[in-house]
Write a protein that binds this ligand. Structure first.
Ligand SMILES: [Ca+2]
Length: 672
């Protein structure tokens, strides 16, 4: 017994000395970060680190205690004291939770700032009720949000425990991890070596210290745990994520493991047993609301699990209970804790005003220095900054327009930068929704070529019905591809606006075909060597006077009031069937006079008295002009577009041509 008493007294001297030293350290390092109440922005609106105030985070919070005295009616306890002569004396009292003057509930742990002079404390059952190792008491403090813990300080009303530990959680649903062990028997109670040196590699490891575990003082002993004390990186706190995590806690737990005794409990004396219990008058937690350096000084309150708790009022475009993330749309840079040199303000994404949301893209940030990837781009835009048009859209000025490529006719639903879709073979149109000219049967494989023969196609331009593929033919042409003459016609010819010419078989057949062995030749008069057989005739066909001019190489007729014609020589006459659908061409030079319209300007006469005639201006010819050489061309064809008079059918016209007796061209124009 005697030896057992000597040891704690030796310890006491050491404890007091160390405790003073620790308090000094606490003051120096009370704020691991600079003590500053500066605003979160400078007057120039430049973001800078700002911090919430240093507070006692335990103040006025409710502790949960797994054991409290007097909960099931009054129990007695005895307090050992020492008088001036160092003799112990004992007085006894009652604990009764129903009696306000005798209760010792857990809330007395955190009424630190209570100005009442009367000391308040929480107290457990005594050893008489079975309170001793291995039965332990847990005192749990829920901070409701993360705090940066600087110290945890306990002031005991009973002697300090022989063994107790501080645990913490960094998340409200996380595991409890040890913070610190206090034990006079580190090895046997906690399995830890006493006072281990903390290494850089294990800065976030709890250690066990035997100091503060003696039985003296019998009351009023304090224990202060400084979270950074003895940790190698404590002066490089801002660059040590491990220590930043180490000081973070959302909940704290004091686990009271074993009481100190004088060893006299073994005799089972009820008064002695009643004198051993745990009692703590105050527990304070020096901490800052964890806001990661981006919180303004102002507290705000929020309801968390029906409790009003402190939350950070986040600045620098951050959000979250601890300002631990960037606000929506401020994801251009990764979230980082503010430091003295860089506030790490969250920056807005660049979405060209076309989105209000974005996400942080690590890979993009590594590549470009900007990690904001816009989402939900509006107005049909897409891209990291909503700078592109969505798939299957194209840009027209500032707008993105839908390509609307026809899914059947298009190779792809994406059009080019002019809005033109890529079409399958034979398909056309901006959206590839129709067959190209000369193609038909719009379908999955595109369109099929109509393969119209240009010679037989209207205006020599191939085109067909886009549904049936039937080509649009000239009048006398037939066939799906306009590649053959209609029955009764022959000689498909691109120069023929009707495509084919009528057969003439003297009424003995209506069908014919082109025959080999024929060639086209012109009958021409150039008047180089006289009138070359041309004569001048009057209306009745009687020859009249004419002149030939060798210098101008021209054949001339003059008349005053009579109508005179140039009459073609015999080689133009006779069987001229092959001139059907061919041309009659001549040059005319009018010396004087004025043209007056007359139907019989040009006359073709047949053997049986038939004749056809035509106006000089028909078939798009110009009116004859004085002093100018005019060239006239007439197609010899019965179609009314060619304006021959009278109208006759092809067979009759060819019949006329088969025995042509006269070609007359009017040569005087001074009389109508
Ligand atoms: Ca108190």
């Amino acid at each position: 017994m005697f030896a057992g008493r000597i040891t704690p007294f030796k310890m006491l001297v050491k404890v007091v000395f160390l405790f003073v030293g620790l308090q000094t350290v606490l003051c120096q390092n009370e704020n691991p970060e600079p003590r500053s109440n500066r605003p979160c922005y400078t007057s120039d609106r430049i973001a800078q680190r700002c911090q919430p105030p240093f507070v006692n985070a335990a103040y006025d919070r409710v502790f949960e205690a797994t054991n409290t005295c007097g909960m099931n009616g009054p129990t007695s306890y005895c307090v050992q004291t020492k008088n001036r002569n160092d003799y112990r004396s004992t007085y006894c009292s009652l604990c009764d939770n129903r009696d306000p003057s005798r209760r010792h509930p857990p809330e007395y742990l955190s009424d630190f700032n209570n100005n009442t002079r009367q000391k308040t404390w929480w107290q457990s059952d005594t050893m008489r009720e079975g309170m001793q190792y291995p039965t332990q008491v847990n005192l749990t403090l829920h901070l409701e949000k993360a705090f940066d813990i600087t110290y945890v300080q306990l002031r005991f009303y009973s002697p300090r425990p022989e063994s107790f530990a501080i645990y913490k959680r960094t998340r409200q649903d996380g595991p409890w991890t040890p913070y610190q062990f206090y034990s006079a028997s580190c090895e046997t109670t906690y399995g830890l070596r006493r006072d281990e040196i903390i290494t850089v590699q294990e800065e976030d490891r709890a250690v066990c210290t035997p100091y503060f575990s003696g039985i003296s003082p019998l009351t009023g002993g304090a224990v202060a745990f400084s979270t950074l004390e003895g940790r190698p990186s404590m002066f490089r706190f801002n660059s040590s994520p491990k220590l930043q995590e180490w000081v973070t806690a959302t909940d704290l737990r004091i686990v009271l493991t074993r009481m100190n005794t004088f060893g006299d409990e073994v005799f089972g004396d009820s008064k002695v047993l009643s004198s051993y219990f745990y009692a703590i008058s105050d527990l304070s937690v020096g901490a800052r609301c964890k806001c990661n350096g981006v919180r303004s000084r102002t507290h705000t309150l929020a309801l968390v699990r029906d409790l009003l708790v402190d939350v950070c009022k986040c600045e620098h475009n951050t959000k979250g209970v601890d300002c631990q993330m960037c606000k929506d749309f401020y994801n251009d840079q990764p979230w980082m804790r503010a430091t003295e040199t860089d506030a790490h303000e969250c920056k807005a994404c660049d979405c060209n005003g076309l989105s209000e949301t974005c996400v942080f893209d690590e890979e993009l940030y590594r590549r470009t220095g900007h990690g904001g990837r816009c989402t939900d781009c509006k107005e049909n835009t897409d891209g990291i900054h909503c700078e592109l048009c969505k798939a299957n859209f194209w840009r027209s000025g500032t707008q993105c327009l839908q390509c609307a490529c026809n899914p059947i006719g298009s190779v792809s639903l994406q059009c080019d930068d002019q809005g033109q879709c890529r079409c399958k073979p034979g398909v056309g149109g901006q959206r590839c929704d129709q067959c190209l000219p000369n193609f038909y049967d719009f379908g999955e494989d595109g369109c099929v070529a109509c393969e119209c023969d240009p010679s037989g196609s209207l205006d020599n331009t191939p085109s067909c019905d886009s549904d049936t593929g039937r080509c649009r033919c000239k009048d006398n042409v037939d066939g799906r591809r306009c590649d053959k003459c209609k029955p009764g016609y022959f000689g498909l010819n691109p120069d023929d606006p009707f495509g084919c010419i009528s057969c003439f078989c003297y009424g003995h057949s209506s069908e014919c075909s082109s025959a080999d062995g024929y060639y086209a030749h012109n009958i021409t008069s150039d008047f180089d060597t006289g009138n070359q057989g041309w004569t001048a005739v009057d209306e009745r066909g009687s020859e009249v006077a004419s002149q030939y001019h060798g210098i101008s190489k021209s054949f001339t007729i003059k008349g005053l009031n009579e109508i005179l014609y140039f009459s073609a020589p015999a080689r133009y006459l006779g069987d001229q069937r092959f001139s059907y659908d061919q041309y009659l061409t001549f040059d005319l030079f009018m010396i004087s006079g004025r043209y007056r319209g007359m139907r019989s300007d040009i006359v073709l006469e047949g053997g049986n008295g038939q004749k056809i005639s035509i106006h000089m201006y028909a078939q798009g010819n110009q009116l004859p002009t004085v002093g100018v050489k005019n060239t006239f061309t007439f197609r010899i064809h019965e179609h009314r577009d060619y304006m021959w008079y009278p109208q006759m059918n092809a067979v009759d016209l060819i019949g006329l041509l088969s025995n042509l007796t006269a070609i007359k061209i009017k040569g005087t124009y001074n009389k109508t």
